[in-house]
Design a protein around this ligand. Sequence first.
Ligand code: ZN
Length: 170
Amino acid sequence: MLAAPWCGRPPLAVIGLGLAAFGALLPDIDHPASWVGRRTRPLSAVVGAVCGHRGLTHSALAAAACVWLLVVGGGHGPLAPLAVGYLSHLGGDFLTPRGLPLAWPLKRRWALPLLRTGSAAEPLVVGVVVLLALVVAIGPARRDALARDTGLCALGGPPAALLCRPASFR
Ligand SMILES: [Zn+2]
């Protein structure tokens, strides 16, 4: 939803959301017990055996392929939501202590370990991202009305900076 305007799509378009959700699940095809791994069992078993979990599918090569898809399509290609979803998965994994093997097949991992999978902070971060996505999805007119009606613009700070256009401060 956050990237939808950049991709030239409505934030709540069903096909775009579906592709983004599928893209966000796709990197874990290297884990046969993951949602996508269970549904692609023979393929996920091979990918997991050859590359290991959080291997090639979580590497800079995979990220570069997604960026290439976005650049080639100018952000508007049919696979843009899939690539954005895929990159969001890599971004989330990058924030965990296990990190990403960006230079795969080298073993070294890079991480910005701000979150632990299953920790109390995880739903908070997910909630903030979903809230941001909804703020984008409702559009500028409704966002202005919401900010004005709730008095957020008068409070100032980061929420006001996010929600309030200069016209909302009047
Ligand atoms: Zn992953």
